[in-house]
Design a protein around this ligand. Structure first.
Ligand code: DGJ
Length: 683
């Protein structure tokens, strides 16, 4: 609701209304509906914007001066223009509403027209009021090897704050994405849900304030802690976007909105296919050599995959990379390990009929490196204190344009010298520590923000020059993942923990927000107590890959993997581009199930997993979702071990979509770590 001279106010956020009903909406009087509340008049209320004006005054007020709507190919961008009647500050609220996916991106642009610098102390991307009731927040948290664990909290009076202070690894502990279930604790397939994802790769803050009014107030944006922003005269500050969605189909429905939007409008190469890769890390760690790489290339080719990726350990001249304490920064081949260089590896890749990709961690430096010896001032580190080390490394100062050139150069040099390099795995294993930028000098307050801007500058340059090269976003597992970074990366590494039981939880968590197409899941030798089939079936529900070679598999397992790769390749359009329905949560019992349905509902793939069933446990059927009730589907269990038969009662039988959704399939068992992959084909 925009009336000139008054604050712009929220009318409604929810299911689409028709034009006539829209006219009937009025601004709620039992809450504070200002679209972007500023600090200074009603001071006890939470603010989205606060600043110290150039004369030292702390108050800001915003009233509307108009609005406009611009059409884009598949979206409308509405701008609400606000200004402070006393100070020359202009604020534009921006809303990009997509026509073909249920998503609105909201962000804010703050312009300083005062005579001097203004200091922004609070600058949320957006605020959303949510009517009180039985509202629950679902969110992800975790740590190394236990990323994206899902929890649900009922919103109570007070503040619920999720914030990140890491500097770069924005999903290492908490995540900048949440869901609000409006009618009680979040359910996967029923209930009204608001989903919110902040597209930002640095320090963020999500805050839900529940006060004496009848609304909760959700604020999301950059975490301003230790990050005051000095907005120069004439400068405009653009916040990151907050993506907002709404679904009446529960958490799973909100996730599907994120997945569709993510694939179509955000993710790099979102509309393109993905290759099955084998990555060297779990196989050999730092012990890289030409023969070993050659063997792994042959292995992935014989399994039916398309790409081999050489991980950490291939570089360093003066200080060869034998473990994690040297060489970051020195991106030259260690010729002791690889006498024929990258050229030799590309030659072997061609011989083995696969593409070749390479691991880098270009934002970092080990003090034991030639780079650090030459440019100690390129690292974020304190000149006057004993250095604190995290994984023996420091973060390069990307607020410095020269450092941006260097980091861009890491990718550019590799690709200029070896244009056939087909893939990068881009790692990031340390938070910003020893907080001091030699480049920013007396503007240290801008380090966190300018650093992230520096990363985006580099990534933009890479994307412009090499638009077709896929990149994996990795950060000591899944410690960096968000919808801004994913504009530049085709996929991300969910976790170093590849124990398939743990992965069920981790992948369930990430899938709340991110599409399977972006989630790398590899078969490894973690948890050898589980079968290769189980490990492969768990990885097959996302972007399948391997971190283990054929020598670790017996003949039957090798044949199984070849068949599983062939099945996945045949079905990857459905798995990676279809609609995901999370059916049975591993958090609710001893089983898990997810399925994917093709948009035309002619094909679906169902995954069921038994984790640690109890003795004598009563097994419930899995009720499917997203099928056409009227179509008849042939059920077929696939991914079977050689010489074994399916004992699924429904196998090879035909049922209506209606039956499968109402009655379901008895697919669970009382076996430990047992899995099924079931293909459904409309007849
Ligand atoms: C952390 C990553 O998550 C691993 O996959 C591997 O690339 C190591 N870093 C290498 O140091």
């Amino acid at each position: 609701d925009v009336e000139n001279g008054k604050p712009a106010q929220y009318l409604y956020f929810g299911s689409k209304l028709n034009a006539a009903d829209l006219q009937n909406l009025t601004v709620a009087t039992n809450g504070r509906m200002d679209a972007y509340p500023a600090y200074g008049l009603n001071t006890p209320a939470e603010a989205a914007l606060a600043m110290r004006h150039s004369d030292g005054n702390l108050s800001t007020a915003l009233v509307a001066t108009g609005s406009d709507v611009k059409q884009e190919a598949n979206a409308t961008v509405t701008t609400i223009h606000l200004k402070d009647p006393v100070y020359n500050i202009k604020v534009d609220l921006k809303y990009r509403a997509y026509k073909d996916v249920d998503m609105i991106e909201a962000w804010t642009e703050i312009n300083n027209g005062e005579k001097g610098t203004v200091t922004l102390t609070t600058f949320a991307s957006a605020m959303l009021p949510i009517r009180r009731g039985d509202v629950w927040m679902s969110h992800l948290s975790g740590t190394w090897a236990a990323e994206a664990q899902l929890s649900h909290e009922k919103l109570q009076p007070g503040e619920f704050v999720i914030r990140n202070n890491d500097g770069v690894r924005n999903s290492h502990t908490d995540h900048a994405e949440v869901m609000f279930s409006l009618n009680g604790k979040g359910q996967e397939n029923t209930g009204a849900v608001i989903g919110a994802a902040l597209a930002y790769s640095g320090n963020y803050k999500l805050k839900t304030v529940t006060d004496d009014t009848e609304y909760h107030y959700f604020f999301a944006g950059i975490n301003e802690q230790n990050s005051e922003y000095h907005l120069k005269k004439g400068e405009t500050f653009k916040t990151p976007a907050l993506a907002l969605t709404y679904s009446n189909e529960g958490l799973s429905g909100a996730s599907r909105n994120f997945h569709k939007w993510g694939r179509k409008y955000v993710l790099a190469h979102g509309d393109q296919e993905r290759d099955i890769l084998l990555n060297s890390w779990e196989g050999v760690y730092f012990d890289i050599n030409q023969k070993g790489m050659d063997q792994m290339m042959a292995d992935i080719h014989s399994m039916g995959g398309e790409l081999f990726v050489m991980d950490d350990g291939w570089f360093g001249k003066k200080y060869p990379r034998k473990r994690d304490n040297t060489a970051l920064g020195d991106w030259v081949v260690d010729t002791e390990k690889l006498p024929d260089g990258i050229e030799g590896l590309l030659r072997d890749a061609k011989k083995n009929g696969v593409k070749f990709g390479i691991w880098i961690e270009p934002e970092m430096v080990n003090p034991k490196s030639e780079l650090f010896e030459k440019h100690p001032d390129w690292a974020i580190t304190l000149p006057n204190r004993k250095t604190y080390y995290y994984r023996n490394q420091l973060v390069l100062d990307l607020s410095n344009p020269k450092v941006q050139d260097f980091v861009f150069g890491v990718v550019d040099n590799i690709l200029t010298e070896n244009p056939e390099v087909a893939y990068f795995k881009w790692d990031c294993n340390s938070p910003i520590t020893n907080v001091y930028s030699p480049y920013l000098k007396n503007k240290q307050g801008q380090l966190y923000i300018d650093h992230v801007r520096g990363i985006y500058n580099v990534l933009k340059r890479i994307k412009d020059k090499y638009p077709n090269v896929p990149m994996m976003l990795c950060s000591g597992g899944g410690a960096r993942c968000d919808y801004e970074a994913l504009k530049y990366y085709t996929e991300f590494w969910c976790s170093d923990n590849t124990d398939p039981i743990e992965r069920l939880f981790i992948q369930w968590g990430f899938s709340q927000i991110f599409p399977a197409k972006a989630m790398c899941a590899h078969v490894t030798s973690w948890n050898k107590k589980t079968s290769v089939k189980f490990r492969t079936d768990v990885a097959s529900m996302c972007k399948l890959g391997f971190d283990l070679g054929l020598k670790e598999l017996n003949a039957d397992e090798q044949t199984f993997c070849q068949n599983a790769v062939a099945n996945w390749t045949r079905l990857k359009k459905v798995i990676l581009d279809g609609d995901q329905y999370r059916l049975v949560s591993p958090y609710d019992g001893n089983h898990m199930s997810v399925m994917y349905a093709a948009p035309n509902k002619n094909k679906a793939v169902l995954y069921t997993y038994d984790i640690h069933p109890r003795f004598g446990e009563k097994l419930l059927p899995v009720k499917l979702q997203g099928l056409d009730a009227k179509k008849m589907y042939k059920v077929k269990e696939i991914n079977l071990m050689p010489n074994s038969k399916s004992n699924l009662a429904a196998n090879e039988k035909t049922y209506s979509g209606d039956y499968l959704m109402k009655v379901g399939i008895n697919a669970f068992t009382t076996n430990q770590a047992f899995s099924r992959v079931i293909e459904l084909t409309a007849e």
